[in-house]
Design a protein around this ligand. Structure first.
Ligand SMILES: [Zn+2]
Length: 185
């Protein structure tokens, strides 16, 4: 499981920034990726968990368009008749996790077989900060779908795949795109 959290984000952001300036030549860090990649990245299908509210479906749809519009091989599509286990939706959990994602691979391979991406409805319900909540949700959906596609965390914020911070970008950024193109050349 990979989660996005706001804990200590300012401190971590400063540490990451200093680390970035001092030692990283490559922006995209691929050392923390998920179990593998999809065999057909241009045809990854998903459906929504049955009780996903329509406003959250719209958030996920925005994030899907965001990934699909990148100059990469990624193509996500919704299929409500899908019988495999790829699902997007929400969950309710106390604490600072804004979302979560899982990716499963075929045994003893690095080929993805199923996965899911979720937004923490309780975190967003309780959020009272000054950032645009819809954009925070889209950013988190982008982040969790990024894991579902196979990406790990980036150490070079601001990127969608940063693990820390409350970012409101509503499309994948350069480093995220570089990550996808490194995984799916
Ligand atoms: Zn994450």
């Amino acid at each position: 499981m990979k989660s996005k959290t706001k804990l200590m984000h300012i401190l971590v952001f400063m540490i990451v920034l200093s680390f970035t300036f001092s030692s990283y030549a490559l922006a995209y860090n691929n050392e923390n990726n998920m179990c593998g990649t999809w065999k057909s990245p241009g045809n990854i299908e998903y459906k929504f968990i049955g009780d996903t509210p329509s406003d959250y479906k719209n958030i996920f749809a925005r994030a899907v368009v965001g990934w699909n519009d990148t100059p990469t091989k990624i193509g996500l599509s919704h299929d409500y008749t899908l019988t495999t286990a790829n699902v997007f939706g929400i969950y309710n959990e106390e604490g600072s996790n804004m979302g979560r994602a899982f990716l499963y691979c075929k045994p003893f391979t690095s080929e993805a077989s199923s996965g899911n991406a979720g937004l923490n409805n309780l975190w967003f319900y309780n959020y009272s900060g000054s950032k645009n909540k819809t954009n925070l949700q889209i950013n988190t959906a982008l982040h969790e779908i990024g894991h579902f596609i196979g990406l790990g965390h980036s150490t070079v914020p601001p990127t969608v795949m940063s693990a820390y911070g409350l970012y409101t970008d509503t499309i994948p950024l350069k480093d995220d795109i570089n990550g996808i193109n490194a995984m799916y050349p």
